[in-house]
Write a protein of this length. Structure first.
Length: 280
């Protein structure tokens, strides 16, 4: 197994079959995951059952309430954009499941069909973003909390209530999203694995700071978003069939580029259950 550090952050692991990972190899994968929050693999041939087995080594699986499930393996969510569709899933900077009281640990995304060009995924580090804040702003943010929500993304007014090429919906259970309470999480967390401080807001699901209005919150949220996603700070992954990204939802944001109109992109995602987040 070879582990290569990427710039500005992340790791790519090669010479490894994820169907046959030893305990020592898994410990090294987990250490890289804890350090950077994102690990990539290439040339993997995982059936859905193999994908599930891999995910369970990291923790319990979260059955996604909104994405279309695999017809035979409900643990696997289908992330699909067809040739005729203009919107994609995940095409806004976000972290998965911050709208839950107990946010997800991470996700494992496997590429099954990719366009000839485009469709990359960008990642931003919330460890690095925290470290780049001025001491005064760090002091301001510590002790603050923020309100997160799924209503505007997966609810009845969400932008993905369109159908795929066969007429099937990509997003489901909008009424469930409408009824979800809006959780409140620390703005700066002590990461439950690494122990490092990380910023925990994101452009898609964070509505406002607790005790602040939306209007008062917006300039600071926008500033944090702009700082986190400066081009020099991003890790961008070019997908090939059999590629895998394993990311930590408490330490990264991601954004799926929507630049392959007229082509199909089919991904299988498994999300891993996390734990309640503590303030730093």
């Amino acid at each position: 197994m070879k582990i290569e550090a990427l710039e500005p952050f992340g790791y790519e692991i090669s010479d490894l079959d994820l169907k046959q990972v030893t305990e020592t190899e898994f410990a090294d994968i987990h250490a890289a995951f804890a350090d950077a929050g994102i690990v990539f693999f290439r040339d993997q041939d995982l059936a859905p059952a193999d994908h599930i087995t891999l995910a369970r080594r990291f923790g319990e699986i979260n059955i996604n309430r909104f994405f279309t499930p695999h017809p035979d393996y409900p643990e696997v969510a289908l992330v699909v954009k067809g040739p005729a569709q203009t919107t994609n899933i995940g095409g806004t900077w976000h972290t998965d499941h911050s709208y839950d009281d107990v946010p997800a640990l991470g996700s494992i995304l496997l590429a099954h069909e990719v366009p000839p060009t485009g469709g990359n995924t960008q990642f931003a580090s919330m460890y690095r973003t925290w470290e780049r804040l001025s001491p005064g702003l760090q002091t301001t943010l510590e002790g603050m909390r923020a309100v997160h929500s799924a209503h505007h993304v997966f609810g009845t007014k969400n932008p993905h209530q369109d159908s795929d090429d066969a007429g099937a919906r990509r997003i489901h259970n909008a009424d469930v999203a409408d009824r979800l309470p809006d959780p409140v999480h620390p703005v700066v967390i002590k990461h439950p694995i690494s122990g490092k401080k990380a910023l925990y807001v994101n452009p898609q699901f964070t509505l406002r700071f607790e005790g602040w209005s939306d209007a008062d919150s917006r300039p600071l949220l926008d500033y944090l978003g702009a700082l986190a996603t400066e081009e020099a700070e991003l890790c961008e992954f070019e997908w090939r069939v059999g590629s895998i990204a394993l990311w930590d939802n408490r330490a990264t944001w991601h954004n799926a580029r929507n630049d392959y109109q007229g082509h199909r992109r089919v991904m299988h995602r498994i999300t891993i259950e996390g734990c309640a987040l503590d303030a730093a």
